[in-house]
Design a protein around this ligand. Structure first.
Ligand code: HEM
Length: 230
């Protein structure tokens, strides 16, 4: 019988952010695709029910957009308080970060099992880029939103984004394609989370609910948690 030790990794703030993000992005993606292609509108511009009117769908999209923004600011504000939540940035210049990055790649590409890690550097790097995608969606989203109220708050704050992308058409096109990149990220993310749980039995899936992961050996990056959390 194997004995597993639990490690407290993710703070409640990070877990709340993760699931609020999940719901907000799901709503934004579905309503966004409908805004781009309102397939329920009839040939005369009639819409089937209230639930499919553009006004209502746009209301849902913008509400979820505000929730995404609030959640993002919450994440930034709470980031310094828990070591387990931390992103790649503090570890970027450590040699072992790149050794473990390579070890993770070798496991995925060559099936060469790596030492247990609480959070692998490949995933952390991917999350870093995911944050950039989120910032991009917030900036393009609020700048297009601001166009309907020229000189208003969002137009003043983010209007430059539309023009630096070449105009409204280009900004919307970028907003559309990056939405698909986020979906691609989601599919790959889900695959690797489930893979980790199946191969290592470490509670990877439930860790984003409980905050805890399980290991039968000391993970190589255990020093990244506070002593009392191990
Ligand atoms: C991950 C987050 C988001 C996703 C996946 C997403 C997705 C989309 C998509 C697919 C479209 C349709 C683009 C087209 O084909 O024309 C769209 C439109 C739009 N989105 Fe987003 N969006 C996100 C975040 C936001 C945010 C934060 C805002 C800010 C309020 C926003 C505001 C808008 C606006 C104003 C439009 C154009 C609506 C219109 O012209 O009626 N989006 N979004």
């Amino acid at each position: 019988m194997k004995l597993f030790k639990s490690y407290y990794v993710f703070s409640p703030a990070l877990r709340i952010w993760h699931w609020v993000n999940f719901v907000a992005i799901a709503v934004l993606f579905v309503t966004g695709l409908y805004i781009g292609n309102p397939f329920f509108s009839g040939p005369h511009g009639k819409e089937a029910t209230f639930a499919t009117t553009m006004a209502f769908i746009r209301f849902l999209h913008f509400s979820a957009g505000y929730i995404l923004l609030a959640a993002f600011l919450f994440r930034i504000a709470t980031a310094p308080f828990n070591k387990g939540d931390r992103l790649v940035i503090p570890a970027f210049w450590r040699e072992e970060f790149w050794q473990r990055f390579k070890a993770t790649l070798e496991e995925y590409l060559l099936f060469k099992e790596h030492e247990p890690m609480i959070r692998n550097p490949l995933a952390r790097t991917a999350y870093f880029f995911f944050y950039l995608l989120l910032v991009f969606m917030l900036l393009t989203g609020f700048s297009i939103y601001g166009l309907s109220n020229p000189g208003g708050f969002w137009d003043t704050l983010t209007g430059w984004v539309v023009w630096s992308l070449g105009g409204e058409f280009q900004a919307r096109a970028w907003h559309h394609w990056v939405a698909w990149i986020i979906m691609l990220f989601f599919v790959v993310h889900l695959y690797f989370v489930v893979r980790e749980d199946v191969f290592r039995r470490n509670g990877e899936v439930s860790s984003m609910v409980s905050g805890v992961k399980f290991f039968d050996r000391e993970p190589v990056d255990a020093d990244e948690l506070k002593e009392e959390e191990r």
